[in-house]
Design a protein. Structure first.
Length: 408
């Protein structure tokens, strides 16, 4: 069996909240002649519909929140009119007959176990991204870090630490800072990150090319505040940016994952009592989750906790400065951690992998304990994490790390 080149679009109506046409949002497929049916995962991706944003479950049964529905309909060739657009081959019946239960089973796995949207490009294990470590100024220095991270290309991860600025009575702010108490001169998160990426996000929404969404993963792993008001303020700050954000419907049972509605920005955060209360528990069932917390390696991902964060010492226990030559045992430990995380439905991140001379540290603001000592040594690790399927790789060497991760 070979994939035919005769795709057709199914569905009418507006595509998404922006009012773009369905054709503008459709994923572009270019199946090649002679592709055999023995590559089930690849074929499955070809015959899955594109990710379709929806306004409500009832209006759009083919939304990103119901990823299995189009596959079930395609199997029986009963495809009701949708509010968006789906791409299916005209020879659906023969394809489904030959692939049979394997396609349906794999579709159910994505829909009911992992709870991701129909687009497979951002799923755990599908892409290795730079996570630009400590991507904010220190005491007024290195203010160009967001620009440097963006210049490495999209998609990219950006990590920021946040503190609660109470220096001006009656004017509290959520600001980016490398620990300690705020002094009052730190940039606010809204100004430093969201205002800076506005042109990137608005361009992405206009063009509506979703192939690589989310384009930006904002990692707010270090929330260096204990005041409940800080967490409430952070949540309210996101009100203005929700149309930019990947969100998921809160389910009554947290073990039931709802699919992500994919947008240009994904926000990850740490797990803790305050995070759980404000970012999850206070959201009513059916409300939209905007931030996704770190989980636990001994539990499966749930609707709120969707990623794991590991120090590199879990792979090389001696730590970066004392690490010897990269060995098969190191590679096996790395692969086991990655495979288990993905099996449980998580993205996985490792921090922080640098390699440079010791004299570079004072002039860059980098942490010595993250340093393998040379670019050659860290490049071996960057290649290893990419090969193992790691999703996010934290590094202070944005340009060098991104180049390795993007290489074919």
């Amino acid at each position: 069996m070979s994939c035919q080149r005769n795709w057709r679009a199914v569905g009418t109506g507006p595509y998404g909240a922006g009012g773009s046409t369905a054709e503008a949002g459709a994923e572009k497929f270019e199946p090649t002649k002679g592709r055999k049916a023995n590559a089930t995962p690849q074929l499955f991706q070809k015959f899955m519909p594109v990710t379709l944003p929806s306004h409500s479950v009832s209006r759009n049964p083919f939304s990103a929140r119901h990823p299995i529905a189009p596959v079930a309909c395609a199997a029986s060739e009963e495809l009701p009119e949708a509010q968006g657009i789906a791409m299916i081959p005209r020879n659906t019946r023969s394809v489904m007959k030959q692939l049979g239960s394997k396609v349906i089973a794999l579709g159910l796995l994505f829909a009911n176990v992992t709870g991701w949207s129909q687009s497979s490009r951002f799923l755990p294990g599908q892409r290795a991204l730079l996570d630009a470590h400590n991507c904010y100024p220190y005491e007024g220095k290195w203010a160009d870090r967001v620009d440097r991270a963006l210049a490495t290309g999209l998609p990219v991860g950006i990590e920021m630490d946040l503190v609660w600025d109470l220096t001006k009575p009656g004017e509290p702010r959520v600001v980016v800072r490398h620990g300690g108490k705020a002094k009052g001169d730190e940039p606010a998160l809204g100004e430093y990150f969201f205002a800076r990426v506005r042109p990137v996000v608005e361009k992405a929404l206009r063009e509506n090319n979703r192939d690589h969404w989310p384009l930006l993963t904002l990692n707010l792993n270090d929330l260096r505040a204990s005041e409940p008001e800080f967490f409430v303020a952070l949540w309210k700050l996101l009100d203005d940016y929700e149309p930019w954000l990947c969100t998921a419907a809160k389910t009554a049972d947290p073990s039931q994952l709802s699919s992500l509605e994919v947008r240009p920005i994904l926000i990850l955060t740490s797990d803790g009592a305050q995070q759980a209360k404000v970012f999850y528990e206070n959201v009513p069932p059916g409300g939209r989750l905007r931030m996704f917390a770190a989980g636990s390696p001994d539990r499966n991902a749930d609707n709120f906790r969707r990623w794991l964060n590991y120090p590199w010492s879990k792979v090389e226990p001696e730590g970066q400065p004392r690490a010897g030559d990269w060995s098969p045992k190191d590679a096996a430990r790395l692969k086991a951690l990655v495979d288990d995380a993905h099996k449980r439905g998580y993205w996985i991140r490792f921090y922080t992998l640098n390699g440079h001379s010791a004299r570079e540290v004072p002039g860059r603001g980098w942490t010595p304990s993250y340093n393998f000592g040379s670019l050659e040594a860290v490049t071996i690790r960057w290649k290893a994490v990419k090969s193992a399927g790691v999703d996010f790789v934290a590094s202070d060497q944005y340009e060098e790390c991104a180049k390795v991760l993007r290489a074919n």
